[in-house]
Design a protein around this ligand. Sequence first.
Ligand code: FRU
Length: 496
Amino acid sequence: TEVAADEIFRPNFHFTPQENWMNDPNGMFYLNGTYHLFFQYYPEGNVWGPMHWGHATSKDMVTWEELPIALEPDEFGYIFSGSAVVDVDNTSGFGDGTTPPVVAIFTYHDPKGEAEGRIDYQSQAIAYSLDEGKTWTKYEANPVIANPDIKDFRDPKVIWDEQNQQWLMALATVDRNLFYGSPNLKDWELLSEFGEATGAHDGVWECPDFFPMKVENSEEIKWVLIQSLNPGGFNGGSGTQYFVGDFNGKEFKVDPSMENLPEKHDHWIDYGKDNYAGVTWSNIPDSDGRKLFMGWMSNWLYAQEVPTETWRSSMTVARELTLKKVGDTYRIFSMPVEELDTYKEALFQVDQLMVKTSAEIAPEVEKDLTRAEIKFEIPNLKQTNYEFSLSNLEGEILKFGYKHSKKQFYINREESGIIDFNDEFAGTISYGPRTSKSDTLSVLMILDRTSIELFYDKGETLMTEIFFPEKPYTSFSVKGEGDFELKNIEINQFNF
Ligand code: FRU
């Protein structure tokens, strides 16, 4: 099928705004069968500008419908990132007795204050909706948390803390997180702070998320703090690290394995360059119980210069997070949500394939690699390097793989397509040593027109990156130094 010239980079199924600029996902909540996604949006241009909250909804977190803008800037400033909760018991009093209010908690960023050189130009505010997020009323007594003279004081993420019967907010500021508690979403009390002494700090902490999670195969409950920072991400620019520990209703005590983590530690949600500011959905029913996550699939290093014109940026696929004890530490695993499976058509399936040094996988099947899932396993890892590649007849090629000699994953965008819009875009990124001890490498990739999301070792290590080939990739190949085996190969196409 022919695609209009300015649409050749638009994803087939990852969420993008119809027009103009988008960054962080905001205010994600679930209600009455619908997943809501709000996002940092500038409706008048294809670069960052005065921030609004755009809005989209989905029945399954896979196909999205864009709705009118939800929140617009006003005399107090731009509407920066934040969250939304369903106030089931109407603790806020915003309800009208017919439907529980949905309450959005966001940052006001006052550009006038910033221009005057003040440091107190970010504060926290709320708005409520009585029609499931379609229209919003800003609270007349905003802000609910005034700025205490701290520059970079933003991105409130609120949950209902069942254990301690309070609304609980994580708020990012420069090099740490502040935790606040509230009975009604209006009156907030500072509980504690965390983070100065551990993790990556080569940038500003932003967009936190803080919640309890059951450790898989145990009854243990741990608290997880997801913490984006920019710059200073693992592979440069924007990145998202996490910490696991205990919370007593006031203070977060990080697990000993994650105290004093150095800059270059190995607790990141994703090691690719393009998964930022991701947070989880609120109000997922207990009967479901999943932790559902979505991130912005770009990086502040080059997001405003990528070669799309009428729109800019997309989100990752929705992912399910799980928490596992691995050795003497805890790790977050991520996998694509199972809802994606309902769109799958199997194109190719083979239990075993002996590769003679290199092979194009399934060249005989008609496959559309712009909306596909590819899965396989490599048992008995022993060669020094396993390289995978996506390419087209124009010679554009994205190389990625696993250097077993160094236990290192990598992606090389050097020849992937258009790269000259920013010096930070091309080149090779890597991560290692691999934490899984298995001698089988399992690989799952979700491919769209301009993105790859790699889930290695059943979600233990992720790499998400975008690319801009002039023509879609049509071929997928694997290469080693000698013969090796591939198992359980599957190529699936998504039909929407
Ligand atoms: C993260 C971020 C947030 C802020 C928003 C502004 O990408 O910088 O900290 O609220 O973007 O658009």
